[in-house]
Design a protein around this ligand. Sequence first.
Ligand code: ADP
Ligand code: MG
Length: 653
Amino acid sequence: MGRIRILPDPVANKIAAGEVVERPASVAKELLENSLDAGATALGIEVESGGKRLIRIIDDGCGMLRDDALLAFERHATSKLRDVKDLLSIATLGFRGEALPSIASVSRLLLETRSAEESTGTRIEIAGGKILRCEEAALGSGTTVAVRDLFYNVPARKKFLRTDQTELAHIASLVTHYSLAHPGKTFRLTSGASELLHVTPVGTLGERVYQVFGSQVLDDLVEIGVRERELASPPRSPAIAQYPDEGEEPGYRIFRLTGFFSRPQVQKANRNSIYIFVNGRLIRDRLLMHALSSAYHNLMPAAAYPFALLFLECGPEEVDVNVHPSKTEVRFRHGSFVHDFVRDTLRERLMESRPAPSFSPAARVSTPPLPTAQPYSGFSRMAGSEPPRAASPEPPAIGEVGSPPFTLRFVPAPVARLDFSAPALEIAPGPPPSGKLSRRLDLHGEFPPEAIPAPEMSLSVLSELRPLGQIHESFIIAAGRDGLWIIDQHVAHERILFEQVMKQRAAGGIEMQRLLMPLILQLTPEQQIDYARIAEELHGSGFETEPFGLRTIAVKAAPAAVAPTELEKILFEILEIGEAELRGVSLSDLRRHICASIACRAAIKINTRLDSAKMEWLLRSLAATDCPMSCPHGRPIAMHYSTREILKAFHRI
Ligand code: ADP
Ligand code: MG
């Protein structure tokens, strides 16, 4: 008796319908999920041309009976669901019965399968949805599905596929995710002749994290252990009332959270390092994302993201997966309970696992726009957003700036924002001064009107600046022909180095230094792909790297400006740039990004004391750059208060 049946219309109509085949990775996802649902313990994924030419998934799962194998290609044919009630407690990854027919209609598909219950297997060949061949075959038990020439019969769709590298990276990321969710299974991903991932069964998630990401990543993570919370007396939620026969109140009340997440000093530029699984299903969920970011509230800048690998388990009745055809969105029956459970658990673990190395300038910040946005003791305290740092020295008093004839009162918020358009000195617009007022001012000393320079717009003034001192060893205060300047020393130096490095690059090469010992870096499968894509450009930018075993590279030389201690960070930062948003980026943009990363890592940090010779050198060099007003990431470098603004502030004009 076959296991697969066609869903009756009333059930089929309640399933979130839609196209599942968007790109090669979506095919790989459906096929992998089928293999996992079939109880496979070893999964092989072979890809050619980023999956466009071939995606083959080989599993050792339960296989299909002959009749079922044919039935599987009918719409709404599934062995995982029978009636509407089953939709309320889906324990498998698949349930729609649509993947195989959808994939078969836009490719040339070959299915080879044998159930342990039958002595011979079945081979079915389909092209564009038409069955070309169905025959008995001598096969081992398990299933192999080969999908060739995706969208060969839908040229309009084919046009939208990205480069082979990009499509391959999506597949690699997907396989990586599933390998993390199933540490006890073997996963092997190959692209042509190269092996991108091969992990053998291990006993714990920690060991799998080690296999996939290496010890460096593992060191920065906090393990959650097994944390549970019981839902006391659940109110009946209307969330899934759309199903008429809702049945009994479910018996499961325990929610369980396991996994790993990063300490606050690991800051990623995007969400790509956040993997959230609900009952073994990889999902993208705003509620859980929010719970995660609230756990880091006040511990990490809002624009940064952690690394997280979270597994939430609950009764299948507690979560509706039938929300979106790609099955990556879910709806919780008790959303706020789940949200608070996840937030509190992570928060507790963060507190328990202290002391974490906190926000020192040496903290691992892999986000290009963020290095100076790290919580910075002086300003963050003024802005009231960060707890004071125990280890940081007391910042000097604010008035201690050289010996200007006036005292500046800094208004916290605008200074912390470093916003060009909102000067930190508040200048109230008012009526022109009356004669009376002028006379009164005269008692305080005359300021000859001709001494008030016209507002100076030319940047050439930068070259004449006279440094007066630093604020918090981070910002240079300088007097100029027209008023006062505050210069962010890190971004100023970053701009100087960026232009230098770009010029060297254009002239044929960046000055390199050989490392005494090569630096060995372990890459994720995705990073491996990105590395292959940018290796040549890296080399041109002064990094001598070469492959060194499986997903490992050896760095033998690096740009002379970069300190060896920064090297690892900078390379991972560059690889992160290579990821997601910059896939398919032009060579010149990639080059700019690499040069910007080098400049950022090599530049003087904030919280660094500079003597006046260094400050002067910095200001002269800044004046000589092509674009002295903003750093390569677009942040402002200098703020200017004209003499006129100062006079107005003191009611002298
Ligand atoms: P769904 O997974 O939603 O049930 P699919 O179209 O993906 O729908 O698959 C249809 C059916 O084919 C599944 O319900 C399952 O019975 C069978 N099947 C698909 N792939 C495999 C596999 N790798 N091993 C065993 N059975 C499979
Ligand atoms: Mg399926």
